[in-house]
Design a protein around this ligand. Structure first.
Ligand SMILES: [Zn+2]
Length: 318
């Protein structure tokens, strides 16, 4: 039974907003684009695993948590967790193009592209070992004695994998359902109620991974980021403020709330708080009163005394 589904990672929208607001010749565009592509590929791989497990009906009770993450002190991110009465499966999906080679001493994952170029990534084996250790610490906190079995899943069946380590199970997404369904599980440690309680404890502890703000991560200054409200239809064209709304002079689209997206961009890119002056300047509002009204209407909360007042937005969901 699936007890938590997967959503598109918020960082994809964040990278897209950052690209929209960086000038075409900005030197960091390449790095941001690379991050965007890798986030999209990662999500694509996870969706392939979800599809491959759509008809997962093993002969044992289980709970599936897609995209599980815990903040500090555990700092865990797992693509898919399968809880059973006998063990916990951790599935980590890799969606990397090229021929994959597992390297040792030191561990790394190389992908050899069609043109012979080699890209190097952190070894998924090292990553899984770290995640497994942290997950054991989390289970210990829950007073749960289940053993952990980790699997590395390659998103595409056509992917060539070389030198997969002997002590790590590497499967293609299409194999996972059969592999897990046929697995002989050890004698149950948890009762069915215990399994359900464990699933609930995972859901209670889960916090969506929070990657924002993005600009400091790329060492991009606020001054390098384009301000203003962009047309949702023309995408790269800025809108002008008319008396009551925003208007695109290219496509003539009129919108009353196009500036809400600009405020989202601020929180995704720049910092988790905003002052009325910053809001006025970033969005292009007429005055501080307009900015204050807009911030309050957008669900932002004032913090701090009058002189140092700034606004924050509480996360809408966990
Ligand atoms: Zn337009």
């Amino acid at each position: 039974m699936i007890i938590k589904y997967r959503q598109e990672p918020v960082k994809i929208a964040g990278y897209e907003a950052l690209l929209k607001r960086l000038p075409p010749t900005h030197p960091k565009r390449h790095a941001v684009k690379r991050s965007l592509n890798s986030a999209k590929a990662g999500f694509g791989g996870e969706e392939r695993l979800d599809e491959a497990m759509e008809f997962f009906a093993p002969p044992y009770a289980h709970q599936i948590i897609r995209d599980f993450s815990l903040p500090a002190p555990f700092k865990i991110q797992v693509d898919t967790v399968v809880l059973t009465q006998s063990c916990v499966f951790l599935l980590e999906v890799k969606n990397i193009t090229g021929k994959l080679q597992f390297k040792k001493n030191p561990s790394a994952l190389h992908s050899v592209l069609a043109d012979g170029k080699i890209m190097s990534y952190k070894s998924p084996v090292t990553q899984m070992n770290e995640t497994t250790m942290r997950m054991y610490a989390f289970l210990k906190m829950l007073a749960c004695r289940l053993p952990i079995i980790s699997l590395i899943v390659i998103a595409h069946p056509s992917q060539i994998v070389e030198d997969a380590p002997h002590n790590t199970q590497v499967l293609s997404a299409g194999e996972v359902n059969y592999y897990l369904s046929k697995m002989k599980l050890a004698k149950p440690i948890l009762s069915i109620e215990g399994l359900h309680r464990l699933g609930q404890a995972f859901l209670d502890a889960h916090r969506d991974y929070q990657p924002f703000p993005l600009a400091p991560k790329f060492q991009i200054e606020i001054s390098e980021i384009e301000t203003g409200v962009f047309c949702p239809r023309c995408l790269l064209v800025k809108m002008v403020r008319t008396h009551v709304a925003w208007e695109c002079e290219t496509c003539r689209l009129i919108s009353r709330n196009a500036h809400s997206e600009a405020l989202n961009d601020w929180f995704m890119l720049i910092k988790p708080s905003i002052t009325t002056a910053e809001c006025r300047d970033f969005i292009g509002l007429k005055n501080l009163d307009n900015a204050k009204h807009f911030l309050l209407k957008s669900g932002c909360k004032p913090v701090g005394s009058r002189r140092y007042r700034h606004y924050i937005r509480e996360p809408l969901e966990k």
